[in-house]
Design a binder for this molecule. Structure first.
Ligand code: PLP
Length: 388
């Protein structure tokens, strides 16, 4: 007889994150230089935090409406309408507990058990939810040699009658790669033509480090009927702890997701929703200032990569990650752990994002430039030693 009451076998598809293994090992050591962090190193902007606090003292402690506060649904629609010159309505928006909940619900809603999702690799950990929902992952591998860019034709060729979803993530975690419009548009058009749903994880949509118009599925999809876009306050406004995110899609899809939402969280933290309105409607210079800092760090790292033969790097166009590969690295889990133990620099093994990434490490630049410089000063001689 087993002692476990956990009877649902689908849970076995949800692994414990290898990222935790690195953090736990680093926590036992002193003076570790972290290039591992997956959240902004900035404090939440003061004007937004002030609204959050005031909302609590003003008594905003009750449930909000289940699809989200009407003012917040409007503020999300308005922000994107202004950014992209589109015409979202508040009814195209569902407020969720971070981008995570929007993704979890969308994957469950789009998955037809036994059918396939096309997932580009490296893939953020959410792809595991596909198997938990009964779907099968069909991975399309990208490499650092061309900055982890996808060939759209490969994605189109992988679409079949057995495909129920396509998972896109641009800018990507762990690569920082931004999908150009020439890649995004044909994928969205072919998916719509075949009636395949696209989940576009755009949680880093405001952290664009090159001087380009960010290609979003909201603009380039033929319609919102075949797209769910997920994003949040977490990265753009450095407010991951407020747990406010959103799903954007056609009104019909949003109503369907709302039914699930009712049974998962019912409603998000009401005071945090007030703060989110302040974030989206207020002065946006806080976002621009953070992007400028990430850009400076990205440029510094890319310069170092270009000068260092034992690092196969590239320039990430967004987010605060880069995932170079290293000729000396064949088992990224062992490589990252040895580097942590021997020189106290913590990175994330590429293998956490797919079997094809085992020669790479995710480096986060959500940390100050001094930490980046000191970590690189230790890493480069260590890497050279591994290669010799
Ligand atoms: C690619 C990606 N998607 C989604 C999320 C979840 O973000 P949130 O904090 O809004 O739930 C993260 C968080 O690290 C992420 O990196």
């Amino acid at each position: 007889m087993t002692n476990s009451i956990i009877a649902n076998p689908s849970l076995s598809h949800l692994p414990f994150s290898p990222i935790r293994t690195m953090f736990n090992a680093a926590a036992e050591m002193d003076n570790v230089l972290h290039l591992s962090i997956g959240q902004p190193d900035f404090d939440g902007p003061a004007h937004i935090v002030a609204v959050h606090k005031r909302a609590l003292t003003d008594g905003h402690t009750r449930y909000a409406l289940d699809a989200g506060m009407p003012e917040l649904r409007q503020a999300v629609a308005d922000r994107y309408n202004q950014l992209y010159d589109i015409r979202l309505k508040p009814t195209n928006v569902l407020i969720t507990t971070g981008c995570c909940q929007a993704m979890y619900m969308a994957i469950h809603a789009l998955t037809c058990p036994g059918k396939e999702w096309i997932v580009t690799e490296p893939a953020f950990v959410f792809s595991h939810v596909i198997a938990q929902a009964g779907g099968i992952q069909r991975r399309i591998v990208t490499t650092p040699d061309n900055g982890y860019q996808i060939d759209p034709q490969q994605v189109i060729d992988a679409m079949s009658d057995n495909t129920c979803g396509i998972l896109l993530n641009s800018p990507g975690n762990p690569t920082g790669a931004v999908m150009p419009v020439e890649t995004l548009t044909p994928i969205l058009e072919e998916a719509a033509r075949r009636g395949i749903g696209v989940l576009s994880d755009e949680v880093y949509d405001r952290l664009i480090l090159d001087d380009i118009d960010y290609p979003t599925a909201l603009v380039h999809a033929p319609s919102l009927h075949h797209v769910v876009m997920a994003s949040s306050l977490s990265k753009s406004y450095a407010l991951p702890g407020l747990r406010i995110g959103w799903a954007i899609s056609s009104e019909e899809n949003i109503v369907a997701l709302q039914r699930m939402h009712m049974f998962i969280s019912t409603t998000e933290h009401t005071a945090a929703q007030h703060a989110a309105v302040a974030a989206l409607e207020g002065d946006q210079s806080c976002v621009a200032n953070m992007v400028a800092a990430y850009r400076q760090r990205r440029d510094r790292l890319v310069k170092i990569f270009n000068e260092t033969p034992c690092i196969n790097g590239y320039s990430p166009g967004g987010a605060f990650f880069v995932m170079p590969s290293f000729p000396a690295c064949t088992d990224s889990f062992d490589f990252a752990m040895r580097m942590l133990k021997e020189i106290k620099v913590c990175t994330i093994p590429g293998g956490a994002f797919g079997d094809s990434c085992n020669h790479a490490l995710r480096i986060s630049f959500a940390t100050d430039i001094d930490t980046i410089e000191r970590a690189m000063e230790k890493m480069i001689p260590w890497l050279e030693k591994q290669s010799s």
